[in-house]
Design a protein around this ligand. Structure first.
Ligand code: UDP
Length: 350
């Protein structure tokens, strides 16, 4: 079978950013499938704890280093069959606070990976983002849609632009040099190990509810997102890596289950109450929803003049047609796992 041959060809996998939220789940899934997995991560946003449980595994190894270290990357790339390039600076808060770091990490990092990959003719899957579509409101977004970005004076758009340069560069390496490159645009991805430190809404809401703090809904809460479980995302990435026809193409990867941020806050509150009351823990539900959700203006949450995306929904027909992928895990199930994960973390800190 072609798929089996391809899996054989992809025996040894290098994951840049493999100690991050998505990278660590990908590493786990690949180990389960029998691959050799090497992670390179400088632990800037990734955390060693995310991969600590894998360190004893006979087919797992890691390098704590940056992807711009040419000597290290040369060796790791020469020894692998395929590279998942996930190392990047992400998160809206980080972009606003440290745009130099974001632009440099994303553009120079991807350039470094592509250069070495090309030296050894190794397949590269590059992580991109739904931010690519900018503030286009014509949902669902499909891969060939135009991008609509704000001015360069607004830091937010530097992230989208840095990732667009990554995509251009990847596609150029493919077209001009014949390098096997696949690009996947991740929409909002959620699951255990995602940190709220860089502004991501689900871990923030979950930590807030567990600490008895009000949930901070930005703006009017009517903006929508589709949250995809990280395990579904990982399945998509492996499927794309194993599919020779995916080379030279761009794919959306995300859920199509659209929720408003206010609905998300309400779901997190209801699930946390449900979990806590089934454990006989203190009842917070007696406080009215009004006290448990606060609306925070964007200017206060981010910066004056901040532009948010009103809706963000992927068109996933392309990946479905090619590899038969679609998300399977409902949001509620993911939220339960995320609540369980953070409850465990909080308990272990006490
Ligand atoms: N958001 C919010 N409260 C928070 C963090 C985020 O209401 O504490 C909102 C944010 O303004 C956005 C949505 O949740 O509309 C998703 O934010 P996130 O940063 O997770 O992802 P992105 O904006 O990149 O889709």
């Amino acid at each position: 079978m072609e798929g089996d041959t391809e899996t054989q060809n992809l025996r040894s996998v290098l994951i840049t950013g493999g100690a991050g939220f998505i990278g660590s789940h990908l590493a786990e899934a690949l180990l389960e499938r029998g691959h050799q997995v090497t992670v390179i991560d400088n632990l800037s946003t990734g955390r060693f704890e995310n991969i600590a449980h894998l360190t004893g595994h006979p087919r797992f190894r890691f390098a704590i280093d940056t992807i711009t270290n040419e000597v290290v990357m040369d060796r790791l790339v020469s020894e692998c069959d395929v590279i998942f390039h996930l190392a990047a600076a992400v998160g809206v808060e980080l972009i606003i606070k440290n745009p130099v770091h974001v632009i440099e990490t994303n553009i120079l990092g991807t350039h470094a990976v592509l250069k070495v990959a090309n030296r050894y003719r190794k397949k590269v899957l590059i992580a991109s983002t739904s931010e690519i579509y900018g503030k286009n409101n014509q949902v669902p977004f499909s891969e060939e849609d135009d991008r609509l970005l704000g001015p360069t004076t607004k830091a937010r758009w530097s992230y989208s632009t840095s990732k667009a340069v990554d995509e251009f560069l990847g596609l150029a390496y493919h077209r001009q040099m014949g390098l096997p490159v696949v690009i996947f645009r991740l929409f909002n991805t959620v699951g255990p190990r995602q940190t709220g430190q860089y502004g991501m809404v689900v871990p923030r809401f979950v930590q807030q509810v567990l600490r008895g703090e009000p949930l901070t809904v930005y703006g009017d809460g009517q903006q929508t997102r589709c949250f995809c479980d990280v395990q579904d995302v990982v399945r998509a990435l492996i499927g794309l890596a194993e599919c020779p026809q995916a080379i030279g193409q761009v794919f959306n990867v995300g859920s199509t289950e659209e929720v408003t941020i206010l609905e998300l806050a309400q779901k997190v509150l209801a699930l946390a109450d449900d979990i806590q009351s089934s454990r006989g823990a203190r009842e917070q539900g007696s406080r009215g929803e009004g006290e448990r959700i606060v609306f925070v203006p964007y200017a206060e949450a981010y910066e004056v003049g901040f532009e948010d995306m009103r809706r963000r929904v992927p068109d996933i027909r392309k990946i479905r047609a090619l590899i038969g992928w679609e998300p399977k895990i409902p949001l509620e199930e993911t939220l339960r796992r995320v609540i369980g994960y953070y409850a465990m973390l909080e308990a272990s800190r006490r």
